[in-house]
Structure formats: structure tokens, C-alpha cells
Design a protein around this ligand. Structure first.
Ligand code: PGA
Length: 261
């Protein structure tokens, strides 16, 4: 029953846009989004921590049809963790989605599946939705290990979660070689891996969870390739980096969701 899955288009701004720039971008984005776009898809933006409060204020004051997201969090609620931000702090700011296990954090900050699992649990405990990222490197793809790698990552990252939790969260399939490179997976390749991930969820957490879990593709998504990617059966949205920094481009990606009115 794919109809029940409302696509989610998420803009991962990474370490870009200070809070003043962020306000401008989210306002411009709201002018560009059409009512039909946000009826057909949920749209989230994921600013840096320093801009969350400002963006939240704009979204609330103007009642914008944009959901607030974060890029990361710690797994503890509070404590001696210098420099970290807790899930409850994010929830208090109206954050709805938190990206966990992005490949940049896995590669640059040494996050492993156990860490991602702790974060995913903490995000759920704070009544937010994790966007759990998985994806293979170029070396792994060329060695034909894609399915093995993403299966290990997803199983480890979701370990111990209940079927209803898994069915309600978001998985982002982001091949590492496609991130920020301008080189996207073909729609067919992306679909094949997303189908594998959905099958994995169905096999481990049940058919219902497999039918409702939303799976995004990420990696050089732009207005030119979004429609073909989003038309795939098992792809329920996109996690967009570079193209989400520009409101025109990001709105054009959102407008590529099939079935909007
Ligand atoms: P990109 O980034 O769209 O710039 O490739 C995607 C991501 O890292 O989430």
C-alpha cells in the first residue's frame, strides 16, 4: 500500500547559512512553494543548530508549511557532554525530524551503527522522527557489496526498535559516492537499493512496517534529476544537500514530486 506514504523532501543545509541567511532562505522558500506542493509532500529544512531558533520563529509566526529538522544530536538528555545538543532541546524548539548517521558524520566523526542506533532511539524517545542514513562507498559498490553494507548499516542502526517505531521513521539511502559530487545514482539503481531496504524492514519488522516506512534517496538530487528519482516505486522522497541551499532549486525539487495537484 504505497499510497499511505506521503513523500518527504528534506533540505540538509549542512554547515551553511548563518541565522540571518537562514531566515531569508526559508522565507523565500515559502514564497516559491505552491499549495499543491505541500499537499503532496512534507517539506523539512535542516539548518545548523545556530539557526534553528530563528527558523522556528519564522515558521511559527507565518504559519509556513515547512517542518523544522536538525542534522544531528547527542543521545543523552542532558549532562557533561561539552559541545553537544540533546534531543529534548531540539524537541523543545519544535524540531520534527533529526538526521542521524549521515555519511559525513560516519566518515568524519567516526560514528558507527551503535552510535546511530543510540541517537535514533533518543530521537524517538523525544517524540521526533529520525532520518536514518545508510549508503555504500564507491569502493564498496565496485566490489558489489552495496546490499551487504546497507543491510548491515540499517540492521545495526535500527536494532531493538519496535515494528511501529520502524514503520513510522524515515530511512535515507545515500550512496557516499553520489553526495556532493554531481554524480547521482541512476533512478533504477536507487530504486533497487531502496527496494532491498524496504524488503529488509518487512522481513525483520513485519509487512506493515515495510509498507509504511518512508525511504528517501539522497546524493546530488537537483531539479534536473528529481522527477525520475521520485517516480520510483520504493522512493518516498529525497534528502537534498547542495540544491536545498537555494530556495528556487529546492522548491523545484519539491515540485517534482509525482501526483501533486
Ligand atoms: P548533496 O548532499 O545533495 O549535496 O549530494 C546530500 C546529502 O548529503 O544529504
Amino acid at each position: 500500500m504505497p499510497e499511505v506514504r506521503k513523500p518527504l523532501i528534506s533540505g540538509n543545509w549542512k554547515m551553511n547559512h548563518n541565522h540571518l541567511e537562514a531566515i531569508q532562505v526559508v522565507q523565500k522558500l515559502s514564497y516559491r512553494l505552491k499549495a499543491g506542493d505541500t499537499a503532496a509532500a512534507d517539506v523539512s529544512v535542516h539548518p545548523a543548530f545556530t539557526a534553528l531558533r530563528s527558523v522556528q520563529t519564522v515558521i511559527d509566526a507565518d504559519e509556513l508549511p515547512i517542518l523544522l529538522g536538525a542534522q544531528n544530536c547527542h543521545w543523552e538528555t542532558s549532562g557533561a557532554f561539552t559541545g553537544e545538543v540533546s534531543p529534548t532541546m531540539l524537541a523543545k524548539l519544535g524540531v520534527r525530524y533529526v538526521i542521524v548517521g549521515h555519511s559525513e558524520r560516519r566518515q568524519l566523526m567516526g560514528e558507527d551503527d551503535a552510535t546511530v542506533n543510540r541517537k535514533a532511539r533518543a530521537v524517538l524517545a523525544a517524540a521526533m522522527t529520525p532520518i536514518v542514513c545508510v549508503g555504500e562507498t564507491l569502493e564498496e559498490r565496485e566490489a558489489d557489496r552495496t546490499d551487504e553494507v546497507v543491510t548491515r548499516q540499517l540492521t545495526g542502526s535500527l536494532d531493538g526498535l519496535k515494528a511501529d517505531q520502524v514503520g513510522a521513521l524515515v530511512v535515507a539511502y545515500e550512496p557516499v559516492w553520489a553526495i556532493g559530487t554531481g554524480r547521482n545514482a541512476t533512478p533504477e539503481d536507487a530504486q533497487a537499493v531502496c527496494a532491498t531496504l524496504r524488503g529488509l524492514v518487512a522481513g525483520r519488522w513485519g509487512e506493515q512496517a515495510g509498507a509504511t516506512v518512508r525511504i528517501q534517496y539522497g546524493g546530488s538530487v537537483n531539479p534536473g534529476n528529481a522527477a525520475d528519482i521520485l517516480a520510483q516505486r520504493d522512493i518516498d522522497g529525497a534528502l537534498v544537500g547542495g540544491a536545498s541551499l537555494d530556495p528556487d532549486q529546492f522548491a523545484a525539487v519539491v515540485a517534482s514530486v509525482p501526483g501533486r495537484r
